[in-house]
Design a protein around this ligand. Structure first.
Ligand SMILES: [Zn+2]
Length: 150
């Protein structure tokens, strides 16, 4: 059984996400000098300040919801409301991302898994994809609720 195809063409933040046979991931950078991991590939390690030695590594496939808030007043291109929150990643980072609603809404402290989902409408009207953490085991995707009244 193969993983479903993941569309990474129209990303909100190009280069932030990747996908392989195991599914979606965030692109992290591991320092060759001290092993510290960051979100994204950075020029300089935030722990040891060495430069030029970051290796791309997949991170953030799973996590635990630390906190979340429902956003009603949203920027242009987003549908209201959406849930945004902090997810503690097993790599030791805390990521801020969209969180699933409806059946995909995790409890605070609950396990979450990363999906690529349509997050925002671009200037040309096409939907742009980005990271969305949903409750582990949830089958629905997308940042919008399905009959969910928060
Ligand atoms: Zn380092």
């Amino acid at each position: 059984m193969s993983a479903p195809a993941i569309d990474l063409v129209d990303q909100i933040w190009p280069g932030l996400m990747g996908a392989d046979a195991a599914g979606a991931y965030l692109v992290g950078g591991r320092c060759a000098s001290c092993g510290a991991v960051s979100l994204g590939l950075r020029d300089v390690c935030a722990r040891c300040w060495s430069s030029g030695g970051m290796e791309a590594v997949p991170i953030g496939r799973t996590g635990r919801l630390y906190s979340a808030t429902l956003v009603h007043q949203v920027p242009e291109g987003f549908d209201a409301p959406f849930l945004a929150g902090y997810v503690d990643l097993p790599e030791g980072l805390r990521a801020f991302a969209h969180i699933g609603l409806g059946a995909a809404r995790p409890a605070i402290g609950g396990d979450v898994v990363l999906q690529v989902a349509p997050i925002r409408k671009g200037k040309d009207g096409r939907m742009l994809s980005g990271p969305l953490y949903v409750a582990a085991g949830a089958t629905s995707s997308g940042p919008q609720p399905e009959g969910d009244a928060p």
